[in-house]
Design a protein around this ligand. Structure first.
Ligand code: URA
Length: 228
């Protein structure tokens, strides 16, 4: 765990303040204190809570945030395009373990996405067993035909190329081309494929919430730290 008893340079580098090799220089340039006493020895072993940098406590050793993902950014560390991580503060971008998204949203999907550097949490939240409720606002190319809510709620809808039916999903009609959908799985392009299976096409998709975390009050690209 990042909050273990370890060398000052190991704390600083895992939290993105500097690299291990830059640590000596960092301690000369910034006032790094252990229990309020300035240190110059990068090898000194301490707990996270003992260290301050220029009078500020260190960034948390574990981080979970909810972001309002804007359009045209990708939830990947390696795909082409603008990576969602480029929207994080530079120091957080250098953390090790890396901050990663919990699941993914398509590049053109906006809204609630959780990010964390806690690999175990990430694994738990993305497990099919977790059945976390995700709420989407969906704008459709064509008017609803009428039976969609029933089809989605049936627990019998099988997406193209799959064998296992989807778990029941709820759909609330706001207008004939704008609905709110609640799903508890995270299959590939699930919402778009659900509407494809009933002869429609999604033209805009916004995730309002992921579990208990919503994007209310967050502008596109804004995020807040959450307790999870
Ligand atoms: N369903 C989709 O089709 N796309 C997303 O980004 C999320 C859910």
């Amino acid at each position: 765990m990042q909050n273990s008893y370890k060398r000052v340079d190991a704390h600083l580098s895992s939290l993105g303040y500097c690299t291990r090799s830059e640590a000596n220089k960092f301690l000369k340039m910034f006032s790094v204190c252990v229990d309020n006493e300035r240190v110059f020895d990068v090898t000194k072993k301490v707990y996270h809570s003992q260290i301050s940098v220029d009078g500020e406590i260190l960034d948390a050793p574990r981080i979970v945030i909810v972001m309002n993902k804007p359009q045209h950014v990708v939830c990947s560390h390696s795909d082409a395009g603008v990576l969602i991580y480029s929207l994080l503060p530079p120091r957080w971008q250098r953390r090790n373990p890396k901050i990663s998204t919990i699941g993914r949203l398509d590049s053109d999907t906006t809204g609630a996405i959780l990010l964390t550097d806690d690999g175990a949490l990430n694994h738990k939240q993305t497990s099919p067993k977790s059945e976390i409720i995700k709420v989407y606002e969906v704008t459709l190319a064509q008017d609803l035909r009428g039976d969609e809510a029933e089809v989605f709620a049936s627990g019998e809808l099988i997406l193209n190329g799959e064998k296992k039916p989807l778990l029941p999903a709820k759909m609330e009609i706001i207008t004939p081309t704008f609905v709110r959908v609640e799903i508890c799985e995270g299959r590939y392009h699930q919402v778009k494929r659900m509407f494809g299976s009933v002869g429609n096409r999604v033209i805009a998709l916004h995730r309002v919430s992921f579990g208990e975390f919503s994007v209310e009050g967050l502008k596109p690209s804004e995020f807040r730290v959450v307790n999870l």
